[in-house]
Ligand binder design. Structure first.
Ligand SMILES: NC(=O)N[C@@H](CC(=O)O)C(=O)O
Ligand SMILES: [Zn+2]
Ligand SMILES: [Zn+2]
Length: 427
């Protein structure tokens, strides 16, 4: 079966411009990309992308699908739909489910349910330690065999250095990456907001930047010692950026990610103590940290953008800032937020943003997808860069709508998402 995406605008990195192209898809792959003009598409299915951007599908290497166990927040089907609506064609899901993804059968459950949904590509991570308790390593070889793509205890930091070193050595022997949520519990203890203007103004305990960076520093040393591919989750502090930059400069195999909210919001934007949609982990840091993560992304210290899509129910988020769980949803706002705030404002080229959401995650995690070229999997996203509308959380396809971005006027809304040549979502 053949599909033509006609008259779309494709980013050309060499010219730094959008160019009109027709793209033919056959057997789930990009068969050809030709200059737009008169063509005979025969009986092929057509997607008219006139006036729209056509990009390689977005890749999100850090998401929470909550399935199994927390299906009141999200499940694999709704999470996949929400991702597709956000223009994502590949997502990598975290193992902090119930049960934790720490056994081959749970990896298989996720892969089977995602395949049954038939929407986006879902790549499962497995836990580093059993039940993410930090006490005992999981069976890495069996989890790899079952289809896990890396190991992480996301949601919590691995507190014990020897445990982390053992995990890295084992992962290295299997040619697998270790992905780390960097947080030293002893420095956090009950706080939810960053140490900064906000915590001072409200007289609440703050989370210091070192709580993240101390793990980054420890772990790059352990990565150097073991040679593992070490990937840092949701980088949020100036100190972490500095450490990753240094580690990269001396050849340590370290990569990193940043979330839209840490690029766009600081603690000083938090409106007050009564809206838990501003509570996430890591917390919104100071304006100085925001500047540092932006610079880190711009100079390649930070490799990619991820959403850390972390759905929680309205009831859970209404428990008050101290009791509500950490996390915000991300799929359905990520691209419009970044396009509007960084590309429309002239800070980044469109190519830079697309690269950090497609090629870079694909390069780091050695994925076949993420490129708009002949022969590549036909994972494609069509985006309307011109229409402007306000973020309306009530329209999210996610089961949850915990976002601090409600009401933001944004441009750059995805309109059609194609996975392996099949339209999985269309406006
Ligand atoms: N980011 C968050 O605030 N929350 C995540 C956990 C995590 O990513 O550490 C969650 O699972 O809800
Ligand atoms: Zn985390
Ligand atoms: Zn996470």
């Amino acid at each position: 079966m053949s599909l033509w995406i006609i008259n779309g605008s494709v980013w050309n990195e060499e010219s730094g411009k959008l160019e009109p192209k027709h793209i033919r898809v056959s057997d789930g792959r990009i068969a050809e990309i030709v200059d737009a003009g008169v063509i005979d598409t025969g009986s092929a299915e057509l997607v008219d992308a006139k006036g729209k951007l056509v990009s390689a599908g977005f890749i999100d290497m850090h998401v929470h699908l909550r399935d199994p166990g927390f299906e009141h927040k999200e499940d694999i089907v709704t999470g996949s739909r929400s991702a597709a609506k956000g223009g994502f064609t590949t997502i990598a899901c975290m193992p902090n489910t119930r049960p934790v993804i720490d056994k081959p059968e749970t990896v298989k459950y996720v892969l089977d349910k995602a395949a049954e949904a038939g929407l986006v590509k879902v790549l499962p991570y497995a836990a580093i330690t059993k039940n993410e308790l930090g006490r005992e390593l999981t069976d890495f070889a069996a989890l790899k065999e079952a289809g896990a793509i890396g190991f992480t205890d996301d949601g919590v930091g691995v507190q014990n250095a020897q445990m982390m070193k053992n995990a890295m050595a084992l992962a290295k022997s299997l040619d697998m990456p270790v992905i780390a949520h960097c947080e030293d519990d002893s420095l956090v203890e009950g706080a939810w907001a960053s140490e900064g203007e906000f915590s001072r103004k409200h007289g609440i305990k703050g989370i210091p930047n070192e709580s993240e960076a101390i793990h980054v520093g420890r772990d790059v040393l352990l990565a150097e010692a073991t040679g593992v591919h070490y990937h840092v989750c949701h980088v949020s502090t100036e100190q972490s950026v500095r450490l990753i930059r240094l580690a990269k400069s001396i050849g340590v195999s370290v990569t990193a990610e940043v979330c839209p909210h840490h690029l766009l919001l600081s603690d000083e934007d938090i409106p007050g103590l009564d809206d838990a949609n501003w509570k996430m982990n890591p917390p919104l840091r100071t304006p100085r940290d925001v500047q540092a993560v932006i610079e880190g992304l711009e100079d390649g210290t930070i490799d990619m953008i991820v959403t850390d899509h972390a759905p929680h129910s309205a009831e859970e988020k209404a428990r008050g800032v101290d009791l509500a769980p950490f996390g915000i949803v991300g799929f359905e706002t990520a691209f419009p937020l970044l396009y509007t705030k960084f590309v429309e404002t002239g800070k980044w080229t469109l190519g830079f943003l697309l690269q950090r959401m497609t090629q870079d995650p694909a390069r780091v995690f050695r994925l076949e997808t993420g490129r708009l070229e002949q022969g590549a999997p036909a994972d494609l996203t069509v985006v309307d860069l011109t229409s402007e509308r306000a973020v309306d959380p009530s329209t999210f396809l996610s089961k949850s709508n915990n976002t601090p971005f409600g009401g933001w006027e944004l441009k750059g809304w995805p309109v059609t998402t194609i996975v392996d040549g099949k339209v999985v979502w269309s406006e």
